[in-house]
Design a protein around this ligand. Sequence first.
Ligand code: ZN
Length: 137
Amino acid sequence: MEPSVKVDRISVKKDRISVLVRLSAHAPRTTWPCLVQEAELAFPGLLVHACVNDVGPMFGDVAACTSVPHMLEHLVIHLQAVHPQTPAHVTLAGTTEWLDEAQGLARVEVNYADDLVALGALQEALAFLNERMVDCV
Ligand SMILES: [Zn+2]
């Protein structure tokens, strides 16, 4: 079966990775409560990361009704933040924007301390979403 979320292109920039994300035609564009519960269970602390949104200061303020690429962004930030190679003083942040929501095309950018850690986090985040978006609809 075609994965729900895949990467069309990754650019490793000097300070961040820029990822062109594509959702499959059948994949939901936005998150739902069950997916958020699964994510919080798998990645404790995910919902209290800082997030610029219209509702509140944390990702948890919008997590249950935001774009799937925005959740991917926060998973990548979280997985880097908890990685032992990431220094405690590093501030990780990202942005997500739809390029074409109907086509499921979005750009996610996240900064990093170590590019290989960031790419590993991206792989793990994609695996999580692709597993859960099948199980938990
Ligand atoms: Zn956010």
